[in-house]
Design a protein around this ligand. Structure first.
Ligand code: PLP
Length: 399
C-alpha cells in the first residue's frame, strides 16, 4: 500500500437522496420533532446565557435521535457559534447538505482522517504531539493554517491529554505555524448532580492550565468546559463558550439541576391503534403468555416494539390514548405491544397513541420511559431507531 493510500480515508459514494419530509407519516408509528419548540428552547437558553458566552450545539448521533441537520440548522439560526459531532461521517453528512458553519469533531482522530478534515474544514481536537505534527504537515502542504482545539483530561479519563502534561503540548502546538490553536476544552464527568466537588476540582485543574498559558503569553479564542449541566449549575465555568446537547432538546440533564423558564421537550413518539381484540377471562396475550386476563378485557395493539427502540418490558409501562393512560399488558415484541383499553370504550381502530410525549393533559416523559428501560434519558432519546420515520412539525415555511 502506498503511503498516500494509507493517509486518506476512502471517500464515501454519493449519499442516497434525502427522504422527502411530509406531514403524513409513511408508517402508523413515527417520531415527531417540534421545531418551533426547539426555537423556544434556544430563546430560553439565549436569555439565560450571559453576554459574551457563546454556545456550541452538540448534535452527535443525529442530535440524540432528533435529526442532526434539522436541529443544527435551527441552532445556527439561533446563534450557535459551532456545531459539534463525534465523527467524520456525521460531519460530512452535514457538509454534503450544505452546512458551512464551523464543525467541531469531539473525540480523537486517526491519522487517516486528517486530510479529509482539512479538505472539508472540520475542526479537530488534537490531543497529542504526533497527530498535531501530522495535521500541521498536511495543512502546510495544502498551503493552509487550520484551527485546532486541544482537549485536556481533567479527570474524566476518556479523551484528552492529562492536565499535568498539557502545558508543554500547548507550547509545541503553538509552535506549529500551520496550526492555529483556537480552543482549549475539557469535559465534566459529573456536572448536573448536587455534589459539585469533583466538577470543581476539574474546573481548578482546567484553570491551572489556562493561567499557565497566560503566563507564557498564549491565548485562545474559545476556552470551553461546560455541557448542559455545567451551563445550568456552574456559571463560574462558562468561560468563552458552553456546549449544549440535551438542554436544547428540552430535557434537563438531571432531576436536580437548575431549571430555566421556557424549556420543553421537542420529541414525541406516536403511533396509531393497529388492531383491537376483545378477550375473555383466562385468555392470554402475546409471546410467552405473560398476561392472563382475570376478566373480559379489550386489548389494543400498537405497531411499535423493541425493534423501534421501545423498552422490552412485560406488564409494565403505559401509553396515552384519548388523553388517558392505558397500561401495557404482556410482553413487548419486536414490532408490536399490547395495552388494556377496557376502561377507554371510546378507543377506535387507528386512533392516535402517544408512547412518549404529551396528549391532552397527560404526559409520558422521557425520564419515565428511561425508568422502564433501566436507563437514562440520553439513551432513550438516542435509542429510538431510524426505522421510525421522523416528522418535523411547526417548521416555518412548510406550514
Ligand atoms: C455529548 C457532549 C456534550 C453535550 O452534553 P449534554 O449533557 O448533552 O449537554 C458536551 N461536550 C462533550 C465533549 C460531549 O461529548
Amino acid at each position: 500500500m502506498s503511503q498516500t493510500m494509507s493517509e486518506t480515508i476512502p471517500t464515501r459514494g454519493p449519499l442516497p437522496p434525502e427522504p422527502v419530509v411530509t406531514k403524513r407519516p409513511s408508517r402508523s408509528a413515527w417520531i415527531e420533532v417540534d421545531l418551533s419548540r426547539l426555537r423556544q428552547n434556544y430563546q430560553a437558553i439565549n436569555q439565560d446565557r450571559p453576554k459574551g458566552v457563546q454556545f456550541l450545539s452538540v448534535i452527535k448521533d443525529e442530535a440524540y435521535g432528533h435529526g442532526a441537520f434539522a436541529v443544527g440548522k435551527v441552532a445556527l439560526e439561533c446563534g450557535a457559534a459551532f456545531l459539534a459531532l463525534s465523527n467524520v461521517d456525521e460531519a460530512l453528512t452535514l457538509r454534503q447538505r450544505g452546512i458551512q458553519s464551523p464543525l467541531l469533531l469531539l473525540g480523537e482522530r486517526q491519522a487517516a482522517e486528517l486530510s479529509c478534515c482539512i479538505e472539508h474544514n472540520l475542526t479537530c481536537c488534537v490531543n497529542d504531539l504526533h497527530t498535531a505534527e501530522k495535521l500541521g504537515q498536511l495543512a502546510a502542504n495544502a498551503g493552509r493554517r487550520v484551527p485546532v482545539h486541544l482537549k485536556i483530561n481533567t479527570g474524566m479519563n476518556r479523551y484528552g491529554i492529562r492536565w499535568t502534561d498539557a502545558l508543554p503540548l500547548v507550547e509545541k502546538i503553538c509552535a506549529i505555524k500551520s496550526l492555529a490553536l483556537e480552543g482549549v476544552l475539557s469535559h465534566f464527568s459529573m456536572s448536573d448532580e448536587l455534589d459539585k466537588t469533583f466538577a470543581l476540582l476539574q474546573l481548578e485543574r482546567f484553570t491551572q492550565i489556562l493561567s499557565g498559558m497566560a503566563k507564557r503569553g498564549l491565548s485562545v479564542k474559545y476556552r470551553h468546559l461546560c455541557n448542559s449541566g455545567g451551563f445550568l449549575d456552574l456559571p463560574q465555568a462558562h468561560f468563552d463558550m458552553v456546549r449544549i446537547g440535551m438542554l436544547q432538546l428540552g430535557v434537563y440533564p438531571s432531576k436536580v439541576c437548575r431549571r430555566i423558564n421556557g424549556i420543553a421537550p421537542i420529541m414525541s413518539v406516536k403511533a396509531r391503534v393497529a388492531a383491537l381484540q376483545s378477550i375473555q377471562k383466562d385468555d392470554v396475550v402475546g409471546y410467552g403468555m405473560r398476561y392472563q386476563a382475570a376478566s373480559p378485557r379489550r386489548i389494543a395493539v400498537i405497531p411499535v416494539g423493541y425493534g423501534d427502540g421501545f423498552p422490552r418490558v412485560r406488564n409494565q409501562g403505559c401509553v396515552l390514548i384519548g388523553g388517558k393512560r392505558a397500561p401495557l399488558v404482556g410482553g413487548v415484541a419486536m414490532d408490536a405491544l399490547t395495552v388494556d383499553v377496557t376502561d377507554l370504550p371510546a378507543v377506535q381502530l387507528w386512533d392516535e397513541v402517544v408512547l412518549m410525549g404529551r396528549q391532552g393533559t397527560e404526559e409520558i416523559s422521557v425520564n419515565e420511559v428511561a425508568q422502564w428501560k433501566n436507563s437514562v434519558s440520553y439513551d432513550v432519546l438516542a435509542g429510538w431507531r431510524a426505522r421510525l420515520p421522523r416528522i418535523y412539525v411547526n417548521e416555518p415555511g412548510t406550514a
